[in-house]
Design a protein around this ligand. Structure first.
Ligand code: PLP
Length: 434
């Protein structure tokens, strides 16, 4: 299909080219039971990830004392945001049914973003497999022993590499360095200075590239292939990352029960997930579909300049199409979401499960950032606000909803230095005053 044929077949592309904030409803969605039969990821794989995270809890509570109170379980709060809910309705002059909640992954321990789920999980798995292979560890051991100098010495013979301009690099860098791995983060040179400095301060090697992110990833992958002691974290294709993210769903279920929030046929759950390459939001959505089936409706949220997952899903072309192919520049302040080409693995896994996808421009992201800070005193990075317009979109489109719960997944912000955060906030206030 050439560009002209694509535009004919998918009229929404012309709205995307105009950078309009749009929503796409997935016509390929089927009932979740049947959809789940058509994919390679299983409930058992997610359970295995959950069990592995439990085995590591005693290690994590020692290595990262901020997790000690939660006994080494890396989890974030789920909170009601009624003041923001009112402000949001007023701002968009749109009333919506149901209660608005925020899933605060910005407050996840260790790395302050959703990457503290999948990213950390994948490194834990690497460490476990190495230690077991060498006969140094059994699954029944207390994993606290992994924090000893002997183990750090052992892990220092291996290396971990990742290509990332942002939160994935931080997450992988921090946890890998803690184990004692040699760790290299390949970054594009436009990555934020504070991120490079923070990583270097933890002993991480940061390699910068003049070209863009995809070149950085390719370079990282190449180096790992040549070296059998090097493990490359593949943001685009990793099943381990994906299942690590998916564990969020069972945790969320427990939180909803604790808050006495019902999810069933009469009480639907809507979840809005900021999407970059797709692993984080895709993994979480997948986990939610496993647990809540047809009672949960998951939507991806992307910048108007980088709607790669929407484009891949809508056209069915997945990783074989990029936003550049429809003339978009992939330029946005939403760092975590500036991705031009989606993960094919994630797109194919979610293509019959996801309810839809919508877009948001940078101005709206900043306005919502300012509003959330003023109403609820929660400060997020721009990417993490992308889901906030979800309830507005579906209401404006006339989706019939009753007794709904809306969860906006706040994917990051916890690592952003306060001066940087202040700049974001002031930008938001400026837009709001105009
Ligand atoms: C990485 C990231 C996302 C999206 O996750 P992907 O796996 O890239 O789709 C969303 N928000 C923030 C803050 C992120 O760092």
């Amino acid at each position: 299909m050439d560009k002209q044929q694509l535009e004919m077949r998918f009229p929404l592309i012309s709205n995307m080219q105009n950078k309009e904030e749009i929503i796409w409803f997935n016509p390929n969605k089927i009932n979740s039971k049947d959809a789940l039969k058509n994919v390679s990821v299983t409930a058992e794989m997610v359970q295995e990830a959950s069990d592995r995270l439990d085995r590591f809890a005693s290690y994590l509570s020692i290595a990262f004392p901020e997790t000690a109170q939660a006994k080494g379980i890396i989890e974030s709060p789920l909170v009601k945001i009624p003041t923001m809910e009112s402000a949001l309705k007023e701002f968009f002059q749109t009333d919506f049914n149901g209660e608005l909640l925020l899933k605060c992954d910005n407050a996840l321990p260790i790395s302050g973003s959703i990457k503290a789920r999948g990213g950390i999980y994948e490194v834990l798995k690497i460490a476990e497999q190495l230690a077991i292979r060498e006969g140094l560890l059994k699954e029944t051991d207390d994993y606290a022993i992994l924090s000893t100098d002997d183990f750090r010495q052992f892990f220092s013979a291996y290396s971990v590499a990742v290509g990332s301009t942002g939160n994935l690099g931080l997450s992988i860098g921090i946890i890998s360095a803690k184990f004692g791995f040699q760790v290299t983060v390949h970054m594009s040179s436009d990555a934020k200075q504070w991120k490079k400095e923070m990583l270097r301060s933890k002993g991480v090697t940061v390699v910068e590239y003049e070209d863009d992110y995809s070149i950085a990833v390719m370079e990282g992958r190449k180096q790992a292939v040549e070296d059998s002691t090097c493990f490359f974290i593949d943001d685009e294709n990793s099943v381990d990352l994906f299942v690590g993210y998916a564990v969020a769903a069972s945790r969320l279920k427990a939180q909803l029960e604790q808050m006495q929030i019902i999810v069933d046929a009469q009480h639907p759950l809507f979840v809005y997930l900021p999407c970059g390459v797709g692993g984080g939001p895709g993994g979480v959505a997948f986990g939610l579909k496993l647990i809540f089936g047809d009672h949960v409706h998951c939507f991806f949220a992307e910048p108007t300049s980088s709607p790669c997952m929407l484009l891949g899903l809508m056209t069915g072309l997945h990783e074989n199409i990029s936003v550049a192919d429809i003339g978009l520049d992939n330029k946005t302040d939403a760092d975590g979401l500036a991705v031009g080409r989606p993960s094919g693995f994630v797109g194919k896994t979610l293509e019959q499960l996801i309810s839809g996808s919508f877009t948001i421009n940078d101005k709206t992201l900043y306005e919502l950032l300012g509003l959330l800070a003023d109403t609820e005193n929660v400060r997020l990075e721009p990417s993490a606000l992308a889901g906030m317009t979800g309830p507005i979109h579906i209401t404006k489109q006339g989706v019939p909803i009753q007794n709904a719960t809306h969860i906006v997944w706040a994917t990051g912000g916890g690592m952003v230095p306060s001066q940087e955060m202040q700049i974001y906030y002031e930008k938001g206030k400026q837009y709001l005053l105009k």
